[in-house]
Design a protein around this ligand. Structure first.
Ligand code: SF4
Length: 342
């Protein structure tokens, strides 16, 4: 028997709140036009952690400073110079001056202020001489059947967790300049997503049996999750590793957070079922990875949004758009939901 469900990730969920068209691009698997420096830097640092225990002997480094120097070199030659990350052009965005003109190329500034050196030192100090995680970049892809308020739901959850550590600990790495907010520490959806996804994947996927045992999944936990896939309260510990400061801070989640996550996904799912993929142009469009495609598709981003100019720039062309148009007649195609065998 085949049912259809949308596979929700935290990014798709965020997009469902921001802009229907962006969500549509993600559901359709449309390749982004560009990426931005902070994403590139984040991906780069995540890869260094993932490959730390392989790269260290290859690079023959024995000090944090030498490791950081090596990382800066790789960052420069493999990312900054080619201006690409994972095959996407990095857009070094510019800043608006008071006259609404683009005045400063932020590429140089970003390189000067780069997070890579200081984060590399903290990564070295945190991982050197310690036990590696039992799994890095652990993927989950599950379908949940559950009831809320007498209604039955089937939802897909997909994601990738930075590290599983024994016993029963999830570590998430944050590479940004700013610390996560208090709201994110206590109720951020990403960690709720991970707690729900990891537990159900490890309990229900027989291919992960050995890993589940090493992670610390006991028969009691198995029984509990099999009886109620949402009963994850208090089983796992979670923490953030902040590469900018080197701190490791615990993050807490309760059953209420899991329920609130599911309510958000149910709402987003309704949007997909209604076929509501309308664009929502705001100043955030300038940081949208699909902005050129959206411009070509019409009705979306404009030159001026909330009084701020949005620049469309690629290596060959610079396009200014003259107005916002909302075409009420235009109907977005209904997205096909992903088939899933149950
Ligand atoms: S550019 Fe703006 S309107 Fe277009 S998809 Fe992105 S966020 Fe939505």
């Amino acid at each position: 028997m085949f049912r259809t469900v949308t596979s929700w990730s935290n990014h798709k969920l965020e997009a469902s709140k921001e802009c229907g068209r962006k969500l549509g691009y993600m559901l359709d698997g449309v390749r982004p036009d560009v990426t931005f420096p902070y994403f590139a830097e984040g991906s780069f640092l995540h890869r260094r952690i993932e490959n730390f225990y392989d790269e260290l002997p290859k690079w023959k480094v024995k000090k944090a400073e030498t490791y950081a120097g090596r990382c800066r070199g790789v960052w420069w030659f493999s990312v900054v110079n080619p201006g690409k990350m994972q095959g996407l052009d990095i857009e070094w965005r510019k800043k608006l001056n008071g006259n609404g003109e683009w005045e400063e190329d932020l590429r140089e500034k970003f390189i000067r202020k780069s997070n890579v050196g200081v984060s590399a030192i903290n990564i070295y100090n945190e991982y050197f001489g310690k036990q590696p995680p039992i799994n890095s970049e652990f993927p989950f892809n599950i379908v949940l059947d559950f009831k809320v308020g007498g209604n039955n739901y089937t939802l897909g959850l997909i994601g990738r967790v930075d590290e599983l550590r024994s016993p029963l600990l999830i570590r998430e790495t944050k590479t940004g300049f700013e610390e996560p907010s208090i709201q994110e520490y206590h109720h951020g959806r990403q960690v709720s997503f991970y707690v729900l996804g990891v537990l159900n994947e490890l309990v229900n996927n027989p291919n992960n049996k050995e890993l589940a045992e090493r992670f610390g999944i006991t028969q009691d936990i198995k029984k509990r999750i099999k009886a109620d896939p949402l009963d994850v309260d208090g089983i796992l510990s979670t923490e953030y590793f902040l590469t900018r400061t080197g701190l490791i801070n615990p993050v807490s989640r309760t059953k209420e957070d899991i329920h609130s996550l599911l309510e958000d996904i149910i709402k987003a799912n309704e949007r997909v079922r209604r076929g509501d993929f309308s664009p929502n142009p705001t100043r955030n469009c300038n940081g949208c990875k699909w902005k050129y495609k959206c411009h070509n598709d019409g009705d979306g981003v404009s030159e001026t949004v909330d009084g701020k100019k949005i620049l469309f720039k690629s290596s060959n062309t610079t396009v200014h758009i003259s107005s916002v148009r909302v075409n009420k007649k235009r109907k977005e195609p209904q997205r096909e939901l992903l088939p899933f065998k149950v």
